[in-house]
Design a protein around this ligand. Structure first.
Ligand code: HPA
Length: 254
């Protein structure tokens, strides 16, 4: 099989340092157009694809991202392994601001999103297995990449996906904590489910950019979040680059 990793980039990551772009692709899919161009290029000599989830100008809000088109476009262009990056709020005590988490579970609190290809129209009906939403082998790739970069990483966690674009109320975070969520973000679903429906390996690297609502002294500010992004995005990029190389070497990858 021809292995090709793709990066789905979230907040704070619009272009990938070190990526040599060979082609900028405008892709159309039966589900519409993806958030922006799919960049085809090389990252440290590894063939990769890159897509900014919120568009190149970061203008598409989480509930309006065409997740179906994004996943379908990457698959059409040959992606086999999807490495997602998500900015999140931290709920659990270990998920301090600035920490990195490779989630192993998800709880979906989103609503009204086009969340499946199996809507009885384009692709009929199937019920995917979803006990372990993330691809375990690809999760281990992200963990190995972080280890290789000597970066501390939380090796599991429950990602609570909320609708946004507003942040949560304090009571919502208390409820999510009771449900078992460790981190909260707005883009984890339906992305991971759609990847499974399309038969693609998918794992996500989450960066905690703020303490979740009520876990923070004072209001959560964009200025604070931007400071965390500025400090930690280079680390995120390093891990993603290393993970792409590991995927291409087929280390740990099923
Ligand atoms: N909640 C939801 N999504 C987020 C947060 C948050 O606190 N921080 C970054 N993305």
């Amino acid at each position: 099989m021809n292995i090709k990793p793709a990066i789905i980039a979230g907040s704070g990551l619009l272009t990938m340092p070190g990526l040599t772009v060979d082609e900028t692709l405008t892709v159309d899919t039966p589900w519409g157009q993806p958030s922006g161009p799919v960049y085809k290029g090389r990252l440290q000599d590894v063939d990769v694809l890159f897509l900014a989830r919120h568009g190149d100008a970061h203008t598409i809000p989480p509930h309006k991202v065409n997740y179906r088109a994004n996943i379908a476009a990457l698959k059409q262009e040959g992606a086999t392994h999807l490495l997602a990056y998500n900015a999140v709020g931290g709920i659990c005590a270990d998920c301090e601001t600035g920490s990195l988490v490779v989630a192993d579970q998800v709880i979906d609190y989103t609503w009204g999103r086009d969340h499946t290809y199996y809507d009885g129209i384009e692709e009929g009906l199937e019920h995917i297995e979803f006990t372990s939403p993330y691809d375990e082998a690809l999760r281990q790739v992200l963990i190995s990449a972080a280890d290789g970069a000597s970066v501390t990483i939380l090796r599991q966690g429950v990602y609570g996906a909320t609708q946004g674009p507003r942040l949560e109320s304090g009571a919502e975070i208390i409820r999510m904590e009771r449900d078992g969520c460790d981190i909260v973000g707005m883009t984890g679903m339906p992305e991971v489910a759609l990847a499974r429906e399309k038969g693609l390996s998918y794992a996500s690297l989450s960066l905690v950019v703020n303490a979740a609502a009520g876990k923070h002294s004072g209001p959560i500010t964009m200025a604070d979040i931007e400071q965390v992004l500025a400090e930690r995005i280079p680390v995120v990029c390093d891990i993603l680059s290393r993970a792409c190389a590991l995927v291409s070497e087929q280390v740990h990858v099923s």
